[in-house]
Design a protein around this ligand. Structure first.
Ligand code: SF4
Length: 352
């Protein structure tokens, strides 16, 4: 997440919108003490654990992150372990979480923290934001949860809660859309227990102030919430139009030479950059059809036909970004998620 553009002021529309910060923090923290989610990264305010969990939670559901976080921490228990790891191993451990750019930046930031900060995390939002892959939200989360800095955070859940609390009915998202919400968050975050407050807002959004049918009668902030009082929870936050789905057809070509298969590394700017996959073509190559793998990336719906071919005798050696691998090696190779599914299909087809 990048720096946010200067935002328009949010003018309080009602008395509730101008509710003083303690009238929000007090009931919210009391609710959090009894209702908070039990999440594996919440056991300690270690900035490394907070940081890794927050990066994983960007674009990935909490339930999925739980298991990955525990496994990641077993392999890389400290920032020193992560900094010392080879990139392909970090990517391998990230497999299944998607958006691998996050893993690469996490690795790069760990190296910087060790090389330039003696393994200690910067304690300010600005210092944290100077590291790769750390935007305003992640910096605010680490600074407030690990170091008690009264820094605001705005992410998917808290964005919705703040918008409803103050009755902000403009489209959200992006620097312009979220600017007014950052202002609200900044005004409300308390000096005492800012980390707990931020986590409480996120939990409230996940458990009570849900996108559809929020549970207002069970909400600790119902008495100060504009959207609830004005019966506007269904229209706040404003819906943003969805991008149309694009249907794509492609063919994955499984090229065999002896007992080995050709894999290619995804290039810069491609989906799954840096991960291994089977060669693709938009055409219809000849070969034995093994099956179809369907997957979705952003707003693309992809139908991938998998075809097997034997390499022509005397085929040119693999290019720098390609290699021949034994089927058994596929299990330890950092494959893209469609690549992993195609590998399963190939291995179960009995053709090897
Ligand atoms: S009262 Fe309802 S809309 Fe308002 S913050 Fe609580 S759950 Fe969300």
């Amino acid at each position: 997440m990048g720096r946010q553009a200067p935002a328009k002021k949010v003018r309080p529309r009602t008395r509730a919108a101008a509710a003083d910060p303690p009238s929000i923090a007090r009931p919210l923290l009391a609710w959090y003490a009894r209702a908070k989610r039990d999440l594996p990264w919440r056991g300690s305010p270690d900035p490394y654990r907070v940081w890794v969990s927050e990066i994983m939670l960007q674009q990935t559901q909490v339930d999925r992150v739980r298991e990955f976080f525990v496994r990641f921490m077993e392999r890389f228990p400290t920032v020193h372990d992560l900094a010392a790891a080879r990139e392909h191993e970090v990517l391998r451990r990230w497999e299944g979480l998607g958006y691998y750019r996050r893993a690469r930046q996490l690795h790069a930031a760990a190296k910087r923290i060790v090389a330039e900060h003696d393994g200690q995390f910067p304690r300010t939002v600005e210092g944290l934001m100077a590291l790769p892959g750390i935007g305003r939200y992640t910096a605010g989360a680490v600074a407030s949860i690990a170091f008690d800095v009264p820094a605001p955070i705005v992410e998917a859940n808290s964005r919705r809660v703040f918008a409803r609390l103050v009755g902000h009915d403009r489209p959200l998202g992006g620097a312009a859309g979220d600017g007014p919400i950052w202002e609200v968050a900044e005004r409300l975050v308390p000096r005492r227990h800012p980390g707990r407050f931020n986590q409480a807002v996120m939990d409230l959004g996940a458990m009570v102030c849900t996108p559809d049918r929020p549970l207002c009668p069970r909400c600790p902030l119902a008495s100060v919430c504009v959207a609830q009082r004005e019966s506007r929870t269904a229209t706040i936050p404003a819906k943003t139009p969805r991008q149309a789905t694009k249907l794509v057809r492609e063919t994955a070509v499984i090229i065999r030479r002896g007992g080995r298969l050709l894999v290619e590394r995804r290039g810069a700017g491609e989906w799954w950059e840096g991960l291994w996959d089977f060669p693709r073509t938009a055409g219809r190559p000849r070969g034995r059809r093994l099956g179809v793998v369907s997957y979705t990336v952003t707003h693309h719906k992809i139908t991938c036909t998998v075809v097997e071919q034997a390499a022509t005798v005397g085929a040119a050696p693999a290019a720098k970004s390609s290699r021949w691998v034994r089927p058994a090696e596929l299990a330890t190779l950092a494959l893209s998620s469609p690549g992993r599914r195609i590998a399963k299909l190939v291995l179960s087809s009995g053709s090897l």
